[in-house]
Design a protein around this ligand. Structure first.
Ligand code: DON
Length: 570
């Protein structure tokens, strides 16, 4: 018996079940405090406790990692409205127990009526917030099609079984954490302003930790998806509700846009770092290419000897990031619309050549770095989850609405939030988006095109065997957080939990500064770097990495202490 069995659950049932599984609770506690627990039968690490339990429930029922991933995607759509979604999109990197790899691109697409200059006024200036908090900010959602497609290809349990936990959580409600209560309270004014006449997520008195959030309209939408699969979302009642919502705010999405949306299997980007193989997301993510470039750029340096976040380490990583993000701005975009020079960008000689201008004596000003050539931040909510099953199949998924709660517009009657992913396009060449990222033609808006992403769901192998499953939210900082987490384990001998919790820093070419979490860099390191010309700014939490490490003893989780992130395993 489990809390998710049947169509209803009660908190008394949860209590009894949790009471009978004390090991699970100890494990969750340990994840926060130090020694990570290990599991041999499978594990879920994700950003909300109830969603982690939903995934574990599916694994215990005999579901594989993809089944659990589908359950977690839908459960997060209920429990983590900031980022979990059915109105957004994402990327999945998959590695089977036998070592076959694949990636699924369920990123949103620009509606057919979108156009290159749609966010510019007559004078050619960006109209503030139009790509962020309007009905025109949304791309055509990909999450439901992505889950249907992932399940069709790799799933084992019946589809409806995978939707059940999410439906229960939406219909019966779940207790909200302090983080979620604070996020809901912070957004009350926006929810009211952007959703006149609707009553989603708003409350007269402030939300409190432990309040029960019930989402009946969302439960009904999920029920339709459960019964009809793709058609339950992209056609029929929900599609009509979405298009009606668009009409209330000059939104562009049509029934045809919805019907024409299809996710896409793409060949993984792979690379090597020392004895490890990196399996990661290809374009329209910039993350995979950037991650492989970064790893190659630092590979020949003795990072282990320099030490974690010591001045040489920070300087080297910063200089590598500066060059890689410059390339991102010019060459990365949707490969279905723009010829991304993947092979050239990943050539070892090219990456080494890019580092030739790096000198230890002084910072290289970003103004002197251009994209290479060769022949031929409150608003930070996305979510990542990592899953392994009993057989050793692994799933790494990052999914998002883009900003926190996306456009903050809820589809009336259907109860789900719309993304504001259109802001990930380059609205105007050289003008930064909400993450300060600049771009040009490769990432210009075109009908049906996917906006460039930084999401970097990744899987690592060591000696041909599964080694790590890793990823994070964080907009432009995603790539560096994944990069640093990998280095923390491989170079700095941290366990998975330490590697995830360790303080991070970030550089993205433009603006030309290092942003660092509180206490990420010692005063001495800061002084050395400042003297060399680096500008260092304080930053809030960078990323929420959720990862799994395969150790000799079993699967070891790393759940980011910056959020409500949780490990659940057996
Ligand atoms: O795809 C991207 O790169 C962004 N839409 C991700 C946004 C994000 O990570 C926000 N959360 N922290």
């Amino acid at each position: 018996m489990n809390r998710f069995a049947g169509s209803e659950f009660s908190y008394r049932v949860i209590k009894i079940i949790l009471g009978s599984l004390p090991l699970l609770i100890i494990a969750a506690a340990k994840a926060q405090t130090g020694t990570p627990p290990v599991y041999s039968n499978g594990m879920v690490v994700c950003a909300y406790p109830d969603a982690a339990q939903a995934g574990l429930f599916i694994l215990k029922k005999g579901g594989n990692a993809v089944d659990a991933a589908v359950a977690v995607q839908f459960a997060l759509a209920v429990t983590l409205p900031e980022a979990g979604n059915i109105g957004g999109g994402g990327f999945m990197v998959y590695r089977s127990a036998k070592g076959q790899t694949n990636t699924l691109d369920y990123r949103e697409k620009a509606p057919a009526a979108a156009s290159t200059n749609m966010y510019l006024d007559a004078a050619g200036n960006i109209i503030p917030n139009m790509s962020l908090y309007t009905h025109q900010a949304s791309g055509v959602p990909g999450s439901v099609d992505g889950m249907v497609e992932a399940h069709r290809k790799y799933g084992r349990l019946p589809w409806a079984v995978l939707l059940q936990p999410a439906i229960s959580l939406a219909r019966n409600g779940f207790k909200i954490t302090a983080h979620l209560a604070a996020d809901l309270n912070r957004n009350q004014a926006d929810f009211k302003r952007l959703n006149p006449g609707k009553a989603y997520f708003v409350k007269n008195a402030p939300w409190q930790t432990g309040d029960v959030l019930v989402q009946t309209d969302l439960a009904n939408t999920l029920q339709l998806i459960s019964a009809k699969g793709r058609a339950g979302f992209y056609e029929g009642r929900v599609a009509a509700q979405l298009v009606a919502e668009m009409k209330t705010g000059n939104g562009l999405m049509t029934l045809a846009d919805l019907k024409n949306y299809h996710s896409k299997w793409r060949k993984a980007i792979t690379g090597k770092y020392k004895g490890y193989k990196v399996i990661t997301m290809p374009p329209p993510s910039s993350g995979g290419i950037a991650l492989v470039q970064l790893l190659h750029a630092v590979e020949k340096y003795p990072l282990h000897r320099y030490g974690y976040n010591r001045d040489s380490t920070v300087q080297l990583i910063t200089e590598a990031e500066r060059r890689v993000y410059a390339d991102r701005s010019k060459y990365l975009g949707d490969p279905d619309f723009y010829k991304v020079p993947v092979d050239s960008l990943l050539k070892p000689e090219y990456i080494t050549g890019r580092m030739a201008s790096f000198a230890w004596a002084q910072a290289t000003p970003s103004s002197t770095i251009q994209p290479g050539s060769f022949a031929g931040y409150e608003s930070d909510q996305t979510t990542h989850y990592s899953i392994v099953d009993k057989e050793g199949n692994a799933v790494s998924i990052t999914t998002t609405l883009n900003g926190s709660f996306g456009s903050k517009i809820v589809v009336n009657g259907a109860g789900f939030l719309l993304n504001n992913e259109m802001d990930d396009f380059s609205s105007k060449p050289g003008t930064p988006n909400m993450y300060g990222l600049v771009g040009g033609k490769a990432n210009s808006i075109q009908p049906g095109k996917r906006m460039l992403s930084s999401m970097t769901p990744t899987i690592l192998e060591k000696n041909g065997k599964l080694f790590m499953v890793v990823g994070t939210p964080g907009g432009s900082t995603i790539i560096t957080s994944v990069f640093q987490t990998i280095l923390n384990v491989i170079e700095f001998d941290m366990d998975m939990q330490q590697a995830v919790a360790a303080k991070r820093f970030h550089h993205q070419w433009l603006p030309d500064n290092i942003t660092a979490e509180n206490n990420a860099l010692t005063p001495e390191v800061k002084a050395i770097l400042t003297k060399k010309g680096y500008k260092i700014l304080d930053s809030g939490g960078i990323g929420r990495v959720d990862a799994i490490l395969k150790t000799r003893a079993g699967y070891q989780g790393g759940a980011d202490p910056r959020g409500d992130d949780t490990t659940a395993g057996w």
